[in-house]
Design a protein around this ligand. Structure first.
Ligand SMILES: [Zn+2]
Length: 312
């Protein structure tokens, strides 16, 4: 038993990195049933309800006890402003009894989802209506964009349980990388190096590591030709110094293994500048918490995804 306990701790440690929150199937099934029920009652497609929940799951540190969904609603939104705020600002209060127990409770999954669904429905049920409702609720462009993109991913794969990952380069390619988090850059002045450089030959395919949406594609003086993918965990994955792009466009949904471009040495000059340093993929990761975005070290994740692919 003792051995099993230790094995469990080791396994838990290996699988507890934040963007790899693998929920038990049972729990994601329970959540899916709640999303679909709310959708049936409010006519808001389930993937938007699920995407709002997914966004808030990454924003709040501790999930509420006894709940499976993560949306935390402002009491002012719930109860109404009762004259304390201008009347067009949540005048009525959206708190609602979705569970049918006769009470509208802020800590009841069904009540919260139903209230949120009703609020959105008050704007309408089209994609644009939902976007406006989200903007008026969150008042932050990146939040709205992330939720809309996550909904796109959920709609495409028809599930919220998306646990597969890939390494950004084919494992059979000749490549090398090491942990260089926080090192001074060889190029770009005194900025701290925010990412991992994976050295490889020109033209080696570069793949999406995760499920997400292409958020950015184009040239930047330092990064050269680069692609940015926002995943369903509010994490932005940044691929720089590419030699070429695949035919992906901004707004496309991608999954692990989709080729987005190839390794190059572009950057440090006007568009097209290349060869100022050895070819490599610069891989960066940025977490958004609904207020700010910050970079963190991708190295442990790259190692983990490399292992996942090897063990397949
Ligand atoms: Zn780099």
């Amino acid at each position: 038993m003792k051995f099993l306990g230790i094995l469990f701790i080791i396994t838990a440690a290996l699988f507890s990195l934040p963007d790899e929150q693998v929920f038990a199937d049972e729990e994601s099934e329970t959540r899916m049933a709640l999303y679909k029920k709310t959708s049936a009652l409010t006519e808001i497609p389930w993937e938007y309800i699920a995407a709002i929940d997914q966004f808030e799951r990454q924003v709040h540190d501790d999930p509420n006890e006894g709940r499976v969904t993560a949306i935390e609603i402002d009491p002012l939104f719930w109860s109404g402003s009762a004259g304390k705020m201008p009347a067009d600002y949540f005048p009525e209060g959206w708190g609602a009894d979705g569970s049918g127990d006769g009470k509208a409770k802020l800590n009841n999954d069904e009540d919260v989802l139903w209230a949120m669904g009703n609020y959105i429905k008050s704007y309408g049920t089209t994609k644009d209506d939902i976007k406006i409702a989200l903007w008026n609720y969150y008042k932050r462009d990146l939040t709205v964009q992330t939720i809309m993109n996550t909904a796109k991913v959920f709609e495409k794969f028809q599930t919220v349980s998306l646990t597969n990952r890939d390494f950004p380069l084919p494992l059979q390619a000749n490549y090398s990388y090491r942990s260089t988090w926080g090192d001074a850059r060889g190029f770009g002045g005194r900025r701290i190096h925010e990412g991992t450089d994976i050295f490889a030959n020109y033209g080696v395919p570069v793949k999406s590591t995760t499920y997400g949406v292409i958020e950015m594609k184009g040239w930047n003086t330092y990064g050269g030709w680069r692609v940015g993918i926002r995943d369903i965990f509010n994490i932005y994955h940044y691929y720089a110094h590419l030699q070429s792009f695949s035919d992906v466009k901004v707004g496309d949904v991608v999954q692990p293994g989709d080729v987005i471009g190839s390794v190059g040495a572009s950057g440090y000059g006007p568009p097209g500048t290349s060869g100022k340093f050895p070819p490599h993929l610069h891989y960066g990761m940025y977490q958004d918490n609904g207020k700010n975005e910050w970079s963190f070290d991708p190295y442990p994740y790259l190692r983990k995804w490399e292992r996942m692919v090897k063990n397949k």
